[in-house]
Design a binder for this molecule. Structure first.
Ligand SMILES: *Cc1c(COP(=O)(O)O)cnc(C)c1O
Length: 360
């Protein structure tokens, strides 16, 4: 079967040239006679792969020198716990913005470690918008402020960086990191699970300001202590080496395409193709406030929900896969990360138009 356009939210589609390169290097990486999966993480070859991945990520995001870049196990969900374990630094309160499913998950986990102060929430409108900065109220004693900069299920993206003054800002950027340039210096910590916009599942990236680490709470397991991992180059234990290698290939691919400013241009154009059509039709509906619509995850519904099944079945027949919305949201969702080509987005909109013509 030919490759499909995969609109899944994660694990998500990967750039085809990256998969081809990984396939070509599978049995014999650069004359070593072994696969990256079989290499010692202490050996010269893997240390080189790891170092290049970090250097390329630093270059893409222009990460300032006083930030550590970590590649860690446990996905983004491990960070829901690691952030409070490491960043409370003796305080008892952390502030969280509640903007949907993933911030809710981060809040539930943080409550095991501290008092959670809800600085802002969009629960009043079923999480269809990003609460404006004027409406945030941050407990001045909070150890940090956490928000989910792109809500993968709700399709709500913060297109601005909140100002939290001297209180460190923490972002779960899992589903839009590397989709646009990011001013890392505005954050205390940024984290992202890989399987949306970076690489395969099994690794999460943490970018953390150096002065915030080294004061983990005493019961923090060593592998969950940012300082321990920073001092061990993320290799306190065996790292998820193959996932780091593939993430590194994705970073090289992004650099070759022209970096994140160029990627952002493409992502704006791709999202516009879908939203322009959603705005002109009555047949489909986008629930998200216009100013806060995500460029990466686009939830939409058919006004006539009885057509959902036919829509998904016919889309699949056209090689458009994984369009079913999250089970908590219903309807449809098109995730169009960096690796989704413009041709895939055009094929989707073309199919949606045709479906409307036939059923509208
Ligand atoms: C997918 C996702 C997560 C969870 O990631 P895991 O790697 O499965 O732990 C957390 N936050 C956001 C915003 C996500 O999109």
């Amino acid at each position: 079967m030919a490759r499909v356009f995969n609109f899944g939210a994660g694990p998500a589609t990967l750039p085809e040239p990256v998969l081809e390169q990984a396939a070509a290097e599978m049995l014999d990486w650069h004359g070593t006679g072994m696969s990256v999966m079989e290499m010692s993480h202490r050996g010269k070859a893997f240390i080189g792969i790891h170092a290049r991945a970090e250097a390329d990520l630093r270059e893409l995001l222009a990460v300032p020198k006083n930030y550590k870049v970590l590649f860690l196990h446990g996905g983004a969900a491990a960070q829901f716990a690691m952030v409070p374990m490491n960043l409370l630094r003796g305080r008892t309160v952390a502030a969280y913005v509640n903007s949907g499913h993933w911030s809710g998950r981060a809040i539930a986990e943080a409550k095991r470690y501290c008092k959670v102060d809800i600085a802002a929430s969009s629960a009043d409108a079923n999480f269809t918008y990003a609460p404006a900065q004027e409406r945030w109220s941050i407990d001045p004693g909070a150890a940090y402020v956490h928000y989910t900069s792109n809500e993968t299920i709700g399709g709500v993206e913060f297109h601005w960086i909140p100002d939290t003054g001297a209180i460190p800002l923490v972002a779960d950027a899992s589903s839009h990191i590397l989709s646009r340039p990011l001013d890392v210096s505005r954050f205390g910590l940024v984290y992202a699970g890989a399987q949306k916009n970076i690489g395969p599942a099994g690794v999460a990236i943490v970018i953390v300001r150096e002065d915030l680490i080294g004061r983990a709470s005493p019961l923090t397991p060593a592998i969950f202590d940012y300082r321990v991992q920073a001092e061990a180059d993320s290799m306190h234990n065996t790292p998820p080496g193959y996932a780091i290698y593939l993430a590194g290939l994705v970073f090289q691919w992004l650099k070759k395409l022209g970096g994140l400013a160029k990627m952002e241009e493409v992502n704006i154009a791709k999202a516009k193709l879908v939203y322009d059509y959603l705005d002109e039709t009555e047949f489909y509906h986008s629930p998200v406030a216009r100013a806060d619509r995500s460029r990466m995850n686009i939830p939409f519904t058919l006004r006539n929900g009885r057509l959902d099944e036919a829509f998904l079945k016919e889309a699949g027949g056209h090689g458009l896969a994984e369009l079913k919305g999250h089970r908590s949201a219903g309807g449809m969702r098109a995730s169009i990360y960096n690796a989704m080509p413009v041709a895939g987005v055009k094929a989707l909109v073309g199919f949606m138009r045709d479906f409307e013509r036939r059923y509208g």
